[in-house]
Design a protein around this ligand. Structure first.
Ligand SMILES: Cc1cc2nc3c(=O)[nH]c(=O)nc-3n(C[C@H](O)[C@H](O)[C@H](O)COP(=O)(O)OP(=O)(O)OC[C@H]3O[C@@H](n4cnc5c(N)ncnc54)[C@H](O)[C@@H]3O)c2cc1C
Length: 559
């Protein structure tokens, strides 16, 4: 049997596996990605890319390419609630178009809709684009790196590890001889049914299959084409349209903003997907008949709040849906997956290059599992908030009673939608304050509020966004570590940091920033930024660089 050798084996080529390959590839780490599907998915799934994920794409130089995909440039990315989509509008949350988001990022001039002008201090506002359009970009970007090998149409069928390494048994999907992939480390990015998680004997804990009126039970996604649906709805376009009534609830998502749509409906108890007539269901959600061409349909289950009990064991790690499963409210499943592998990627690279001991990898679970619990809990609260909201028959009544019922429901929906979609704290406030590889400070941290982000520069937090000399500060950070130096940086101190970095074998960008406001934002004279743009340490000028870098790499205890 043929055997292929590599440093990191990645099982699964969805967003998590592909982004991990990119993080390893940009550091020249040999890795082999196994993906059972030869072609990228052709059915819509995730459609909300968070500001944090866009920042990660920006770090790797392709946020513009992702921003260019999706709805037309000036198409509003609003969320709108109606009795039926062609009937009464109950509430609308205005989300900037991608044109406005880009203008706001570049020149600070785009309309920020109901986000408000200052609530999202990031160069990359959230973006709406289907996962099926993102994955081809990630595949192309990963393939650019010579150290990355994408093995598509190859399924891992067994995984074993011992003290020396990990082996995956692989079978080509189209038939052909099985082969073996040997690696020092293996990462299971193989989705909810993860073979890798099961091979570790690790389970999910949390809530499975909760029941709600909507987003709690068996769902059916109907992907279709219609040239006249916008006319039938007769409203200002939106990205998400919700039908909220006592008869047929539904969520319609604009896919290309022209003629393709995804409709999600929940099945009644005892119904199976085959019982659903897609055309009649779409008419019932919209409240009109219109031209309808079915592209495909996919059953799925909503109502999971599950996190793996461990995110790794020995030489094997879990990331993405293999480690946590969400209800889609808040749109954080894929985004949490990207954050996982950005965290794991630089650590694996540092250990493989012998810049850090294997103990650095223990910090992956310590940092990411609490974030998985935090984000899944948020999604669950939002699913309860919208899924258990009851709409009486009176909201469709004519006359004053109907108007009053609609106004009341509209108030409830307006409160809900801001809670679910205006989430700068959830996306930008990701923090690892208790991590063993950050220099924890005893001072109080701002409350971790999903709907409010207060820039936080405590070690462990995401480095706050700033503009320096007309440039985005993040764009000036190095690929690996960065020392931000506010105020005078004597040559001897610069030299000491460089020597300490050379001793560890790591890359260190030393960035002098002469800006009083940014100095206040970061709250210290010197700040050490990690490769994932989280703060490892902050403190005074002249601090001893060696123990700080050693601590950030897991070589020594952080002070
Ligand atoms: C209807 C729906 C809507 C959603 N909307 C959103 C949203 O708006 N925002 C959001 O953030 N998330 C959303 N999600 C969740 C999102 O799609 C997932 O969280 C995301 O795809 C997780 O990425 P992943 O790479 O971890 O796993 P996956 O995308 O599941 O990728 C796993 C990959 O592994 C491959 N694989 C599995 N087993 C093997 C094996 N043994 N060998 C080789 N390959 C294997 C699979 O083919 C697959 O390509 C939604 C999900 C659904 C179902």
């Amino acid at each position: 049997m043929n055997t292929m050798q590599t440093e990191v084996a990645i099982v699964g080529g969805g967003p998590a596996g592909l982004m991990l390959a990119i993080e390893l590839g940009c550091r020249d780490i040999p890795c082999v990605l196994l993906e059972e599907d030869a072609d990228p998915p052709a059915f819509p799934k995730a459609n909300a890319t968070s500001a944090r994920t866009m920042e990660h794409y920006r770090r790797r130089g392709f946020s513009d390419e992702i921003r260019a995909l999706g709805l037309p440039l000036d198409y509003p990315q609003d969320v709108v609630y109606c009795t039926q989509l062609a009937e009464h509008e109950l509430a609308r949350f205005r989300i900037p178009s991608r044109g406005d988001a880009a203008r706001r990022g570049e020149a600070g001039s785009g309309d920020t809709g109901d986000y408000g002008s200052d609530a999202w201090p990031t160069p990359e506002l959230p973006h709406r684009v289907q996962q099926m359009l993102i994955e081809p970009v990630l595949r192309r970007r990963a393939a650019v790196y010579p150290s990355v090998r994408l093995c598509l149409g190859q399924r891992a069928v067994a995984v074993e590890q011992d003290e020396q390494g990990v082996t995956a048994m692989v079978e080509p999907e189209g038939g052909g001889p099985a082969w073996r992939l040997s690696a020092r480390y293996l990462v299971g990015c193989d989705g909810p049914r993860s073979l890798v998680r099961k091979s570790l004997g690790v389970g999910y804990s949390g809530q499975g299959s909760e029941q709600r009126d909507f987003f709690g039970g068996q769902m059916l996604s109907i992907y279709f084409r219609s040239r006249r649906l916008y006319d039938a709805i007769g409203k200002q376009p939106a990205w998400q349209y919700w039908a909220v009534n006592a008869r047929q609830r539904g969520l319609l998502i604009a896919v290309d903003g022209i003629e393709t749509f995804l409709l999600a409906v929940q099945l009644a108890p005892g119904q199976s997907p085959g019982d659903i007539d897609p055309v009649a269901t779409a008419y019932a959600v919209v409240g009109r008949e219109f031209d309808f061409e079915l592209i495909d349909r996919l059953p799925w289950v909503a109502g999971y709040t599950l996190v793996a009990d461990r995110m790794g064991a020995g030489r094997v790690f879990l990331a993405g849906d293999a480690a946590h499963l969400f209800t889609p409210t808040g749109g954080m499943g894929y985004n949490t997956s990207i954050d996982d592998v950005v965290n794991l990627g630089w650590k694996l690279a540092a250990v493989i290059r012998c810049e850090a001991p294997p103990a650095l990898l223990d910090s992956y679970e310590r940092e990411r599992r609490p974030m998985a619990l935090r984000n899944t809990a948020f999604a669950r609260r939002m699913a309860d908030s919208i899924g258990n909201l009851r709409a009486g028959a009176d909201i469709e009544a004519a006359g004053e009673a109907g108007a009053r019922a609609r106004a009341e429901l509209g108030r409830q929906l307006a409160a809900h939608v801001a809670g679910e979609f205006n989430i700068p704290g959830l996306q930008l406030g990701v923090r690892y304050l208790d991590s063993p590889i950050v220099a924890a400070e005893s001072g109080p941290a701002s409350h971790d509020d999903p709907n409010r982000y207060e820039p936080l520069a405590l070690p462990g937090s995401r480095a706050p966004h700033a503009i320096v000399r007309g440039k985005v500060l993040f764009d000036l950070f190095g690929r690996d570590f960065t020392l931000l130096a506010f105020g005078a940086l004597p040559a001897s101190e610069r030299e000491a940091w460089r020597a300490a970095a050379d001793e560890c074998g790591i890359g260190l960008e030393v960035l002098e920033v002469d800006d009083a406001a940014v100095r206040v934002l970061y709250g210290a004279e010197r700040v050490l930024i990690r490769p994932d743009h989280h703060i490892a340490w902050r403190g005074i000028a002249g601090a001893d660089a060696r123990p700080l870098l050693a601590g950030a790499l897991g070589r020594a205890r952080m002070r």
